[in-house]
Design a binder for this molecule. Structure first.
Ligand code: SF4
Length: 368
């Protein structure tokens, strides 16, 4: 069933409510909006970069990344021309690297198909890699004031509460209701401003665990507040089930250099570089060391002598909780397996700074 034809589980507010809501929200935003670097211009490129970086990432984390990124690539054309490794290096530490690779591909598509100008047409924007309904709505409304709705974590929570909708917001009925609300609430002009105000209110006032209802400009219009349900809506998501695993990485040395391998397409950290790293099955330390030496031999063609353990790093990647043992290794013999489909390079430690690595890879590089 399409989103449009899904019946709404509850009625949407009338025009008078919506007008009051917009007025209160925009008045509040005029005095409370944070001064963020991407809000200082309506350049669609800058709006786009910020929206992609802000997915799953806090504003305070994004700010320095955004500034560095637009300094290095001030335009769509500059990004399109860049080497992917450089794009990933500037993204390093933000995580979800697929976002950076897709943005780079999208910049190339904009240059090839739209003469380097960000398209204004919704379908053309949606056809770009990595741009979904929310991101397209945010860019088009903020940069061009197009009448496009947005729905993301902050506005989902805000709308659920003002409507007192306690159903699952990500199920089809919830989505139909919330997108319909996001559309209906839009004004004729200043659409981008309203969308930004909605996100700001959700992020700064209608917070996840501690909604600041006493300071909220739409308190008088909020149905959850009226019923005293603000801390029960929306329903909490089920807790994720973690999977625990053991991995090992080796810093293999040969003639003052260390070995790096590029991560394969389709997997974790695709496009980044890494020290040889493997998931281990063996239970005890002796067997794990033997397993690791064998993994290295099969993948790289090198025979190594495994040295001491340099570090143990505990980290999380999506649903995995990983214990990573980092070892020293000395190359004894063998030639790099050039037929292998993953590029491998011997690099001097000073060169590692130019290569994009995962957060744990960067920690390990400091021991090289
Ligand atoms: S009154 Fe409270 S629950 Fe309602 S929108 Fe404002 S902060 Fe959120």
């Amino acid at each position: 069933m399409s989103r449009e034809s899904t019946p709404l589980p509850i009625a949407l507010p009338d025009a008078a409510w919506r007008a009051r809501f917009r007025r209160a929200l925009l008045r509040w935003y005029a005095r409370a909006a944070r001064d963020l670097p991407w809000r200082r211009s309506r350049d669609p490129y800058r709006v786009w970069v910020s929206e992609i970086m802000l997915q799953q990432t806090q504003v305070t984390t994004v700010e320095p990344y955004f500034n560095r990124f637009v300094r290095a690539f001030p335009t769509v054309k500059a990004l399109a021309r860049a080497d992917e490794s450089r794009v990933l290096r500037l993204w390093e530490g933000l995580g979800y690297y697929r976002r950076a690779r897709q943005m780079h591909q999208a910049a190339q598509a904009i240059v090839e198909q739209h003469a380097g100008r960000f398209p204004r047409d919704r379908d053309a924007v949606r056809a770009l890699p990595g741009i979904g309904r929310y991101t397209a709505g945010a860019i088009l409304s903020i940069a061009f004031d197009a009448r496009e709705p947005i729905l993301e974590a902050n506005t989902i929570r805000l709308f659920c509460r003002v409507l007192a909708y306690d159903g699952p917001p990500h199920a089809s009925q919830g989505q139909a209701l919330l997108w319909a609300m996001a559309e209906r609430v839009l004004p004729r002009r200043e659409v981008g401003r309203l969308n930004q105000a909605l996100m700001e209110l959700g992020s700064e006032v209608c917070r996840n665990r501690t909604p600041q209802c006493d300071a909220c400009p739409v308190e008088a219009l909020c149905e959850a507040r009226r019923r005293g349900l603000e801390s029960q809506i929306p329903r909490p998501k089920p807790k994720p089930v973690f999977e625990y695993r053991h991995e090992a990485a080796v810093l293999i040395r040969r003639r003052g250099c260390v070995l790096l391998i590029q991560r394969p397409e389709g997997g974790r950290w695709a496009g980044l570089w890494d020290f040889p790293r493997y998931a281990l099955d063996a239970e005890d330390d002796t067997r794990r060391r033997a397993e690791l030496v064998e993994h290295v031999r099969r993948q790289t063609g090198l025979t190594i002598e495994l040295g001491s353990r340099l570090k143990t790093i505990r980290h999380g990647v999506t649903r995995y909780r990983i214990t990573l043992e980092c070892y020293e290794g000395r190359c004894l013999s063998g030639r790099l397996n050039r037929g292998h489909n993953r590029p491998m390079r011997w690099l001097h430690p000073a060169e590692l700074d130019d290569y994009p690595l995962s957060t744990t890879g960067r920690k390990l590089s400091r021991l090289a």
